[in-house]
Design a protein around this ligand. Structure first.
Ligand code: HAM
Length: 430
C-alpha cells in the first residue's frame, strides 16, 4: 500500500468539485477586472526564487524543493507564482509589446517544504493576480479590492483586511537603522531565526511568532514614524480610497510578509471560521518596486496577491458556504438485457453529443437494481430501452422525482429532453 506523501493530499470527488467552484468564482472575478490567464512552468531555475523571494526568506532558506536535473541544472518546484509570472512577462517582452499594465491571473499548485499542520501543506494550490508595469496607487487599490470583493462573492463575511506599508527606500533605510539600534541589546534573548533575520533582513523580526519574541517586538519602533513624505502620501491615498470604497481594513504596523520583494503597501486577508479554527491567512500580497528589474526587465513596478485554495475550501466547509455542489446527472440509461447494449451504447453517445449528462448500465442488472443505481447517482430521468423499444424506435422516459413515465420516439427525444431539462442546465456541443 502506498499513501500520499506527508503534507500532500488527494482532492477527489465532491471536494474536487468545491475546488473547481472556488477557482471558477475567482477566475470570473479576475476576468471582470480584465486580468488574463497565465500558465507558467512548475519547474524554474532555483536562482529565480533565490533572487526574487529573497535569501533571507523562510521559503528560500528552508522550504524549497530543489534538485539537480540530469543536465546538472539546479531546479526548484515553484514555491509561489509571482517570480515565474514576472519572468514570463520579461521573457515574452510583454512590457515592450503590450499596453501597460500587463495583468495576469493564475491558478495551480505550489510546493513548500513546511511543517504540515492545519491549513499548511507541502503541495497547495493558489489563485493569484499580478498587475505589472504601471506605478499608480490605483493599481494597488484595484488588487486589494479585487481580493476583498472575490471573498465577498464566495460568501465570506467579516473578512479582516490587514494592511501596512513598507515605505520607499529612504523609509526602509531609516527604519532598519532604528530597528538595529532597538534590537541590538535584545537579540541574544530571541530565537535563532530572529538572530539570522537580524543579520539578513531585520524587518522580518516583526513577523516572529515566538511568544517571548512577540513581547519584545511590541515595544519596537513602528514604521509609520519613519515614513518619508512620499511614502506617507502613497499610503494615505490607498487608505483613503479603501474607505471611499467601503472596504474595511485595519492597519497593522507589524505586517511585513514573508517574501523579500515587497516595497510599499502590503496586505493580508484574515478570517476566523465559525469553528474558530486557525488556518492562517486566506491570502496576501503587496507592491513590488524592484522585482521586475531584478528579474531582467525594465525598471517598472508591480502589485499582486495570492489566495490559498485549500484554506478557502476548508473555511467554506466549516461555515457551510457551499450550497448544492452535487454534480447533476440528466439521464440514467437502462438497457434491458444484453441484446440492448449495442443500441444503448449508440444512444448514450448521441445524447452526450447533444449535451446531456448520461450514465448507462452495462452491468446486466434487473430493473429494480437499475432504478436503485439511478437514484444513487441522483439522476433526473431514467431512460428505459428494451427490445420492443428498439424495434419501434422509441424509449420510455421516467421522471425519477415525480415518477411520471412517458413514451418518446427517437425523433422527438432531443426536443422532449430539451423541454423537460432546463435549457441553461446543459450546453449543446454543436
Ligand atoms: P504567500 O503569503 O506566501 O504569498 O501565500 C499566499 C497564500 O497562499 C497564503 O495566504 C495562504 O493562503 C497560501 N499558502 C501559502 N503557503 C501555504 C501552505 N504551505 N499551505 C497552504 N496554503 C498556503 C505569495 O505566495 C505571494 N506570491 C503573493 C503575491 C502575489 N504577492 C504579490 N503577488
Amino acid at each position: 500500500m502506498y499513501s500520499v506523501l506527508k503534507g500532500t493530499h488527494d482532492v477527489i470527488l465532491d471536494e474536487a468539485r468545491k475546488y473547481s467552484y472556488v477557482e471558477a468564482v475567482l477566475i470570473k472575478v479576475a476576468e471582470l477586472y480584465n486580468y488574463k490567464e497565465f500558465r507558467t512552468p512548475i519547474i524554474e531555475s532555483s536562482d529565480l526564487f533565490t533572487r526574487s523571494v529573497g535569501e533571507s526568506s523562510d521559503i528560500v532558506r528552508k522550504e524549497m524543493y530543489t534538485f539537480l536535473d540530469k543536465g546538472n541544472r539546479l531546479i526548484t518546484l515553484r514555491p509561489e507564482f509571482t517570480a515565474g509570472i514576472v519572468r514570463s512577462m520579461v521573457n515574452n517582452k510583454l512590457f515592450a509589446n503590450m499596453d501597460l499594465p500587463v495583468k495576469a491571473y493564475y491558478v495551480g499548485p505550489n510546493f513548500r517544504y513546511e511543517r504540515p499542520q492545519q491549513g499548511r501543506y507541502r503541495q497547495f494550490n493558489q489563485f493569484g493576480i499580478e498587475s505589472c508595469g504601471v506605478d499608480n496607487f490605483y493599481r494597488d487599490i484595484e488588487v486589494i479590492s479585487l481580493g476583498y470583493n472575490a471573498l465577498q462573492m464566495l460568501g465570506f463575511k467579516d473578512v479582516k483586511l490587514k494592511i501596512n506599508t513598507l515605505g520607499d527606500d529612504e523609509t526602509r533605510e531609516n527604519y532598519k537603522g532604528a530597528l538595529k539600534a532597538y534590537f541590538s541589546d535584545k537579540i541574544n534573548l530571541m530565537c535563532d531565526d530572529c538572530k539570522e533575520r537580524f543579520e539578513k533582513n531585520i524587518l522580518r523580526i516583526l513577523d516572529c511568532k515566538v511568544p517571548s519574541d512577540i513581547e519584545i517586538v511590541k515595544e519596537a519602533p513602528k514604521i509609520n514614524e519613519f515614513l518619508s513624505e512620499n511614502a506617507k502620501n502613497n499610503f494615505q491615498n490607498i487608505t483613503k480610497a479603501l474607505k471611499e470604497m467601503d472596504i474595511p481594513f485595519e492597519i497593522d504596523t507589524n505586517l511585513v510578509r514573508g517574501l523579500d520583494y515587497y516595497t510599499g503597501v502590503v496586505f493580508e486577508y484574515q478570517y476566523s471560521s465559525s469553528k474558530n479554527k486557525n488556518y492562517g491567512a486566506l491570502g496576501g500580497g503587496g507592491h513590488y518596486g524592484k522585482l521586475i528589474k531584478e528579474i531582467g526587465g525594465p525598471d517598472l513596478e508591480g502589485v499582486g496577491l495570492a489566495f490559498g485554495i485549500e484554506r478557502l475550501v476548508s473555511i467554506m466547509n466549516d461555515d457551510e458556504l457551499f450550497n448544492d455542489i452535487a454534480q447533476d446527472l440528466d439521464i440514467y440509461l437502462m438497457p434491458i438485457g444484453k441484446e440492448s447494449f449495442e443500441e444503448a451504447n449508440k444512444l448514450t453517445n448521441f445524447l452526450r453529443l447533444n449535451g446531456f449528462s448520461v450514465e448507462v448500465c452495462f452491468e446486466n442488472k434487473n430493473m429494480g437494481q437499475m432504478f436503485k443505481k439511478a437514484e444513487r447517482r441522483l439522476a433526473k430521468y431514467a431512460l428505459i430501452l428494451g427490445e420492443n423499444e428498439i424495434k419501434d424506435k422509441k424509449v420510455e422516459l421516467k421522471n425519477l422525482k415525480t415518477k411520471e413515465q412517458i413514451e418518446v420516439n427517437y425523433d422527438d427525444l432531443i426536443d422532449t429532453l430539451d423541454n423537460l431539462i432546463d435549457e441553461d442546465e446543459h450546453e449543446h456541443l454543436d
